[in-house]
Design a protein around this ligand. Structure first.
Ligand code: ZN
Length: 84
């Protein structure tokens, strides 16, 4: 029995996209390129906050994850709106 397990391919969360999301990234390159800068910055900065809260075992982790989820939902919605 092997414990080795291939990481399943994660799909880009933008509806009707169907591309694989880039490893370590929220969505595929095409969709990300359509996300306006403020939404991109929000995703990146809230993700940094989450990572920092994890490493510091911060009690704020839960609420920071919620803020990150809102930012990602916003970015996904923006990418979806810009689809042709
Ligand atoms: Zn995509």
């Amino acid at each position: 029995m092997t414990r080795a397990r291939r990481e399943p391919k994660r799909l880009c969360p933008v509806p009707m996209c169907g591309n694989a999301a880039r490893a370590g990234h929220l969505m595929c390159r095409d969709c990300w390129s359509t996300v306006p800068k403020p939404q991109r910055n929000a995703v990146n900065s809230t993700w940094r906050d989450v990572k920092s809260a994890i490493s510091r075992h911060s009690p704020l982790l839960r609420s920071l994850v919620t803020v990150y989820r809102v930012a990602t939902a916003d970015a996904v919605a923006a990418a979806q709106r810009s689809r042709p």
